[in-house]
Design a binder for this molecule. Structure first.
Ligand code: THU
Length: 150
């Protein structure tokens, strides 16, 4: 079951989640974060369910604070730009926080459109602490447009 984007067809086999690779890519993306205001750098790496391809994102802040884009939304937008509508198999986020920071509510709502309740969300701190949630644990009741409900 997908929360939204209900024309996604999942392959019979799911891609393997290589946490080491995803964490490395998220850490590298975090190095590219543009965060001169908060100094809080975040990196993300998302795994496409249909293709097994991985897409990264970092936070990009702006003088007009509300224009800031979080790492997680950057990653999902990056994925869609590259391969069209995607289903998210797994998302890795790296931040310098303890416990490791989860995606904000706005990012969860955006991700819900392309995620399943059992999509894996794995959070790392830069010093290696790790916490894992299912998507539904982080956002049990996303808003879903009526015509997109299954
Ligand atoms: N940030 C993210 O990139 N992801 C989140 O889920 C939480 C917050 C960024 C936005 C902003 O650049 C900085 O962290 C502080 O809020």
């Amino acid at each position: 079951m997908l929360y939204g984007a209900n024309d996604i067809v999942l392959p019979s086999g799911r891609p393997l989640v290589d946490l080491d690779v995803m964490r490395t890519l998220a850490r590298q993306a975090r190095e590219h974060a543009y965060a001169p205001y908060s100094r809080f750098k975040v990196g993300a790496c998302l795994l496409s369910a249909a293709t097994g391809r991985m897409y990264t994102g970092c936070n990009v802040e702006n003088s007009s604070y509300g224009a800031t884009v979080c790492a997680e939304r950057n990653a999902i937008l990056h994925a869609i730009a590259e391969e069209g509508v995607v289903g998210v198999e797994a998302l890795v986020v790296v931040s310098d926080d303890d416990p490791p920071a989860p995606p904000c509510a706005l990012c969860l709502q955006v991700l819900a459109e392309f995620s399943r309740p059992d999509t894996r969300v794995i959070l790392f701190s830069v010093d290696g602490k790790c916490v894992e949630y299912s998507f539904a644990e982080l956002l049990p009741n996303p808003f879903i447009f009526p015509t997109m409900r299954q």
